[in-house]
Design a protein around this ligand. Structure first.
Ligand code: NAD
Ligand code: AKB
Length: 315
């Protein structure tokens, strides 16, 4: 059996991905880990261990004792928090990835998943249909750590044969978990405000277009990539991945179709500078060609699904 370790499982992505992994592999094969014991209550369907991934001795002991075969390494500091704590973000994002890659090499693990981000791109990157291969030059510490991480992933694959796979996610939007300090978080928060009947203050300009993706598409892409035969995974840095692209005005107008009294105001802050450095839209033709990627949701389908389901969802 595949024993799977999920690091940073209690976050926005991990909360949903860990459930899907447990549905596929069985909850007794999946060990969710996150910083605090308080996260245990989220994981009644699989195993849970409180683990700071920077405590490498404890992490190594767990990996060895459990005979871990696959790691999903999701713990990271995201873009907005990273700009407030740059050195901390660099240490966590880089040290933890290098540690996981080393563990995969030493214990001959079967597969590692590590997410990258559209944050690898920077102000000199082509903005429309950003290609897989182009100038990157990210100007956030988060983006720099993701770009360096991609290089390390490819290095461990080429040098040591570690089967590491990665996606450059756009901003992820879901209703089952809350975002953890990124620039695209507004596109989750806006649905909560609409349903609460409150005015939404947006920290980006109304015309600030960014690549985004509904969480079910992100989970599907992740599992499809991880289940693809090794020879189909031709890119070992990280794949461009696209779902939809919209600006705050478009998501507001999509919500207005269901909540015609919903109000918005725009008060751009430092996150506007981060958004301005990222692409408007992404060319994901390599993912489509290599392992058959295709998203299911557009903006209005996502809005309908969230507004229908969020009111009944228990956090
Ligand atoms: P998140 O901030 O919501 O979750 C990260 C989790 O990691 C948190 O539960 C946190 O407690 C945990 N964590 C932090 N430090 C830790 C440590 N030292 N040891 C163990 N756990 C620790 O982030 P997310 O949105 O779920 O993102 C997951 C991954 O996906 C990250 O690598 C992120 O860069 C990437 N990603 C996310 C998005 C997005 O829109 N959410 C987009 C692109 C890439
Ligand atoms: C962020 O905004 O930092 C993340 C991301 C796109 O990586 N959501």
């Amino acid at each position: 059996m595949e024993k799977i370790l999920v690091i940073g499982a209690a976050g926005q992505l991990g909360s949903e991905l860990t459930k899907s992994l447990s549905d596929i592999y069985g909850g007794d094969q999946v060990i969710a880990t996150d910083l605090h014991e308080s996260a245990r209550s989220k994981f009644d369907y699989c195993r849970f261990e409180a683990l700071d991934i920077m405590d490498q001795a404890k992490a190594k002991e767990l990996i060895q004792k459990e005979g871990i075969k696959q790691v999903y390494h999701l713990a990271a500091v995201l873009s907005a928090v990273g700009e407030k704590k740059p050195l901390f973000a660099w240490d966590l994002n880089m040290d933890s990835l290098l540690f996981v890659l080393e563990m995969a090499r030493e214990f001959k693990m079967e597969k590692v998943y590590w997410p990258s981000s559209i944050a690898v791109f920077g102000p000199n990157t082509p903005k429309i249909n950003t290609p897989q291969y182009c100038v990157k030059e990210p100007n956030t510490v988060y983006g720099i750590s993701k770009q360096a991480g991609e290089r390390w992933c490819e290095y461990y694959f080429q040098k040591y044969g570690v089967d590491v796979r990665s996606l450059r996610y756009p901003g992820l939007i879901g209703y089952k978990s809350l975002p953890g300090g990124g620039t695209t978080d507004y596109a989750v928060d806006i649905y909560h405000k609409a349903l609460a009947g409150e005015k939404f203050t947006c920290f980006l300009r109304e015309d600030s277009s960014l690549p985004m993706m509904y969480m079910p598409d992100a989970i599907k892409a992740t599992l499809d990539l991880m289940h693809a035969p090794s020879e189909s995974v031709k890119i070992r840095s990280s794949y461009n991945l696209s779902g939809m692209s919209f600006d705050p005005k478009a998501i507001y107008e999509s919500i207005l179709k269901f909540h015609p009294d919903f109000e918005i105001e725009y008060q751009p802050d430092f996150r506007q500078g981060i958004a301005d450095s990222w692409p408007d839209s992404i060319d994901d033709s390599c993912a489509r060609k290599d392992w058959g990627w295709k998203p299911d949701f557009d903006l209005d389908e996502m809005t309908k699904d969230i507004l229908e389901n969020l009111p009944n969802f228990k956090f």
